[in-house]
Design a protein around this ligand. Structure first.
Ligand code: UGA
Length: 443
């Protein structure tokens, strides 16, 4: 089939590469010139394991263009995967979706199925439909469907090739046929719903997962107060199939471009619909507190933070990605900077990205806040160099390379032997035996 995808962020580019690998002819539309140039040279602009190889391999079936008009011409099925970042109000910014809908409408000549791939509030399809009706020729038929994406960064290809389910929110049997043809080579259950249900499924799924993390973090806090061990507790509850063992890792809280934004959006959507989703507000409170608790642990051991050297391992919001959006590390860095600590950071992938962000011009407003947070912190390319003269080492991302420690090097480099582990990756007894003061989460 011919397929067009508008937007080449994580979701758009992974989906494009996936469909091309499955044999479809895919045209991806990207309006950012710098990004487009890179993609046309087959350079993936962010780090995602295996994606570069897939994009290079599928040169024939995966093409890129700047023009939405070409996307509209290329295919009957047009996936919209542009960003819906959070506004200061907590609502998602629908500017890009509106722009794309209007552009598609202006270029419509025959029937097209517009498929929402971005995470959008319920009723977005109706809004897209209304705006397209206003700007398209009166005799041209089109429909809007929803096909939410559930892939995780860092394991996007694995998730995209082996989804737990494929949700198709469709307005008609014609739309259903087009979408089931797109996915005919996938071995996964199809959930066919109306469009509103599909839109809700995405927000409900992400909010549920965020709730699971905040729940286990709250239980971890109880474990700290009662001398219990959260790893044992998580195992004890997770083996109950109704609860499930995944997403029960206590830590410094969830981050990323999805959970914080989507929980916020779902609270707002619910409020607009007349329902006060207090449960999710508490999920957000627990997540905020989790980062403050980690800073308190540092203060407990160091007493005075001013002028102390704090080494941080882990800047990305999770391992296997260079994405720092809403990473717990950023809030912790801000807090430590307020207390005038000297901060030295290492991350296997995000350091490079952090340097690029620091070099961006001041008017790149979408990175301005991130840039400010990263200013006046030392960025290191070597894990152990970042611990030079450190009074405390904190672990904020569970990268594999952090999991085994060279105790001799650490002891020789660090000024005080204190480790605060926000991801529970070390064995407490072993670290204490090695002479470290060690604190983790819920143990
Ligand atoms: C999340 C969802 O898991 C995907 O299904 C969804 O498609 C995606 O959002 C999206 O909406 O695009 P992602 O944000 O890439 O995926 O990452 P996750 O693996 O879900 O992790 C999110 C955060 O939760 C990370 O900061 C991670 O460290 C934290 N987490 C996760 C925990 O603290 N504990 C856990 O047990 C699991």
């Amino acid at each position: 089939m011919n397929i067009s995808i508008i937007g080449t962020g994580y979701v758009g580019l992974v989906t494009g590469a996936l469909f091309a690998e499955k044999g479809h002819n895919v045209l991806c539309i990207e309006n950012n010139k710098k990004k487009l140039e890179k993609l046309q040279k087959r350079e993936v602009p962010f780090y995602e394991p295996g994606l570069q190889e897939l994009v290079t391999k599928n040169t024939q079936r995966l093409k890129f263009s700047e023009k939405i008009s070409e996307g509209v011409k290329h295919a009957q099925a047009i996936f919209v995967a542009v960003g819906t970042p959070a506004l200061a109000t907590g609502e998602p910014d629908m500017t890009y979706i509106e722009h794309v809908a209007t552009e598609i409408a202006h270029n419509l000549k025959d029937y097209r199925l517009i498929i929402e791939k971005s995470t959008v509030p319920v009723h977005t399809s109706e809004k897209i439909h209304a705006i397209m009706k206003r700007f398209s020729p009166p005799d041209v038929h089109f429909e809007v469907a929803s096909n939410p994406e559930f892939l995780r960064e860092g394991q996007a290809l694995e998730d995209a090739f082996n989804p737990d389910r494929i949700v198709l929110g469709v307005p008609s049997t014609k739309a259903q046929k087009i979408l089931t043809d797109v996915y005919k080579d996938f071995d996964a259950p199809f959930i066919i719903t109306n469009v509103n249900s599909a839109e809700i499924i995405k927000h409900a799924a992400n909010s549920f997962l965020a709730m699971k993390i905040s729940y286990i973090n709250a239980v971890a806090n109880i474990c700290e107060l009662s001398n219990a061990n959260i790893k044992e507790v998580a195992e004890g509850i997770g083996l109950d199939k109704r609860i499930g063992k995944h997403f029960l890792n206590a830590g410094v809280g969830y981050g990323g471009s999805c959970f914080p934004k989507d929980v916020d959006a779902f609270v707002n959507i619910s409020r607009d619909l007349g329902y006060d989703f207090k449960l999710l507000e508490e999920v957000q409170n627990i997540n905020r507190d989790q980062k403050k608790r980690l800073v308190k642990k540092i203060k407990k051991h160091l007493w005075v933070i001013k002028n102390k050297v704090i080494a941080i391992w882990g800047l990305s919001f999770k391992p296997n990605t260079d994405d720092m959006r809403e990473a717990p590390a950023l809030d912790i860095i801000k807090e430590l900077k307020r207390s005038q600590a000297k901060i030295q950071i290492f991350d296997p992938k995000a350091i490079q990205k952090a340097r690029e962000i620091l070099e961006l011009p001041a008017d790149e407003s979408h990175t301005a806040a991130l840039k400010e947070t990263l200013m006046e912190v030392e960025l290191y390319d070597n894990q152990y160099k970042a611990t030079e003269n450190a009074d405390c080492l904190i672990i904020l991302t569970e990268w594999d390379e952090f999991k085994t420690l060279n105790f001799e090097v650490l002891k020789q480099k660090m000024n005080q032997h204190i480790i605060i582990d926000g991801r529970n990756i070390y064995n407490s007894q072993e670290l204490e035996k090695q002479g470290f003061i060690y604190e983790s989460v819920g143990r």
